[in-house]
Design a binder for this molecule. Structure first.
Ligand SMILES: Nc1ncnc2c1ncn2[C@@H]1O[C@H](COP(=O)(O)OP(=O)(O)O)[C@@H](O)[C@H]1O
Ligand SMILES: CC(=O)N[C@@H](CCC(=O)OP(=O)(O)O)C(=O)O
Length: 256
């Protein structure tokens, strides 16, 4: 049994699949009996939908959303309001003592502003006191990928980068769950392991693009920093997560 924290990132598409979500959170509840668990979530598709409802058009550059200040109330409503409270509710139904937070809670994560994209944060580990306190008391923090700058400006943060910063903060193992089985090669076959050189090649030759490119960057920097491998795996089969939590292989392992 390991006592290191498991940091699990889930994206917006999982939150639209109620059966898969509740199956996954039941597995989370079993894992939480063995080791501290923390969730970080995104919600890219829901943000897209909410922005359209408010007649805003939105673009991404290299997998990350360009975020004018006028979009922030809508994004905060989607991420920290609707999705976070939904995830907390499902987690509590599964028996977890879940606490909904943003990255800004307890000044856990601080951000530089990515001025090229507007109100977007580049997250860094900052203060672990709040998360360590919650984890030590058996709570399961569930963090929405919304942060703030030093001047209090709220910032939209890519959830994979957010999860990597949180994993660094709590010195945890990082699992990035997504809607595909892992990172696929040009023929659509699952790649078992990727090292730093292979990652650069997969990005340079256009095999890994968009959201998966951000995920691979996040995983690589987390692996290099923690000197541990990082998993990118699918959420479709909740048993995958149990295997990963037990140190077994599932999906793609990003090596340092
Ligand atoms: N080489 C690749 N292997 C797998 N998925 C890829 C690859 N390149 C791009 N993608 C895309 O990345 C998506 C996952 O990233 P993203 O949409 O950001 O998901 P999430 O919401 O889980 O973070 C996949 O659904 C797929 O369309
Ligand atoms: C800056 C940036 O790109 N922020 C993301 C935050 C949500 C996210 O990352 O959601 P998924 O995990 O579902 O992709 C966005 O606005 O889509």
């Amino acid at each position: 049994m390991t006592s290191s924290v498991l940091v699990l990132k889930v994206g917006g598409r999982l939150l639209q699949q109620s059966e898969a979500l509740s199956a996954l959170l039941q597995v989370c509840q079993r894992i939480q009996q063995q080791r501290p668990l923390l969730l970080v979530h995104g919600g890219g598709e829901q943000i897209e939908h909410w922005l359209q409802q408010f007649q805003f058009s939105s673009t991404k550059v290299d997998g990350q959303r360009v975020t004018p200040a006028a979009h922030i109330p809508v994004i905060a409503g989607a991420l920290a309001g609707d999705l976070n409270s939904q995830l907390v509710a499902v987690a509590q139904q599964a028996g977890l003592n879940a606490v909904g937070l943003t990255l800004a809670a307890g000044a856990s994560i601080r951000c530089q502003i990515d001025h090229s994209r507007g109100c977007v944060g580049i997250p860094e580990a900052a203060d672990k006191h709040l998360l360590e306190t919650l984890l030590a008391q058996g709570f399961t923090p569930i963090m929405a990928s919304l942060a703030q700058a030093a001047d209090g400006q709220r910032l939209n943060v890519n959830a994979d980068l957010a999860a990597a910063a949180v994993a660094r903060l709590v010195d945890g193992d990082l699992v990035l769950l997504t809607d595909v089985d892992g990172i696929l090669d040009k023929q659509g076959r699952l790649i078992d392991t990727i090292n730093s050189q292979q990652a650069q090649q997969l990005i340079a030759d256009g095999t890994v693009v968009g959201g998966m490119r951000v995920k691979l960057d996040a995983a690589l920097s987390a692996a290099q920093h923690s000197r541990r491998s990082i998993a990118v795996a699918g959420w479709q089969h909740a048993s995958n997560l149990l295997r990963l939590a037990n140190g077994e292989q599932s999906g793609t392992r990003i090596q340092f």
